[in-house]
Design a protein around this ligand. Sequence first.
Ligand SMILES: CC(C)(COP(=O)(O)OP(=O)(O)OC[C@H]1O[C@@H](n2cnc3c(N)ncnc32)[C@H](O)[C@@H]1OP(=O)(O)O)[C@@H](O)C(=O)NCCC(=O)NCCS
Length: 182
Amino acid sequence: MGRQVSPAGRLSVLQLETPRLRLREFAEDDAAFVLRLLNEPSFIEFIGDRGVRNLDDARRYLREGPMASYRAHGHGLLRVSLKMDDTPIGMCGLVKRDTLPEPDIGFALLPEHWDRGYVTEAALAAMRHGEQVLGLGTILGITSPHNVRSIAVLGKLGLRFVEEKSLGDKPQLLKIFALALK
Ligand SMILES: CC(C)(COP(=O)(O)OP(=O)(O)OC[C@H]1O[C@@H](n2cnc3c(N)ncnc32)[C@H](O)[C@@H]1OP(=O)(O)O)[C@@H](O)C(=O)NCCC(=O)NCCS
C-alpha cells in the first residue's frame, strides 16, 4: 500500500486496494471519465461546477487539481474503480485546501454506484493511508448543510461535527467535521 521509491529512484504511483475497490492516482487518460463525473447534477449541486465542459478542460482539471496535489502533498483525489474489472466509479481522497489547516476527505461517485457502501470503503483506505503513511494527526470533512448522504458517510467514517462556517471568500455556509487520529 502507499507510495514507494522504485528501483530507478522515482516515486511510484500511489495505489490503494480494498476488498472490492482499487484506488489509484489519476492520469490525463482519465479525462473522459472525469468529464462525466464532474458534470453529474449531484456533483454540481453538492461540490460545485468546476467548468469542465470538454476533454481539454478535464485534462487541465486533472493536471492542475489532483495531479498537482500528488506532487505537492503526497495525496489527492484518486480514481476509484471496481476491482473485478477496473470500471471507474468515482473519486475519493485527501484534499489539502489553503482555507483549512488540515486535509479533508473528499468523495464523489457516479449515481448508479450509490447505496452499496463503496464510498465508505474507499474513504477508509484513503484515511488509513493518511494516518499510517503520511502521519496525519487530524482529518477534516466538509459538506454543504443539506448534503445528507455525505453527512451520513462522514459519520460512518468516525468524523464528528465541529462547526458551521464559510471558507475563504465564499459566502455559503459549510458544515465542518473532524477526526483526531492521534
Ligand atoms: C456522497 C456520496 C459519495 C455517497 O455515496 P453513497 O453510495 O450514497 O454512500 P453510502 O451508500 O456509503 O452511504 C450513504 C448513507 O446516506 C444515507 N442516506 C441516503 N439518503 C438519505 C436521506 N435522505 N437522509 C438521510 N440519510 C440518507 C444512506 O442510508 C447511507 O447510510 P447507511 O449506510 O447508514 O444506511 C454520493 O451521494 C455522491 O457522490 N454525491 C455527490 C457528490 C458529493 O456530494 N460528495 C460529497 C461532497 S462533501
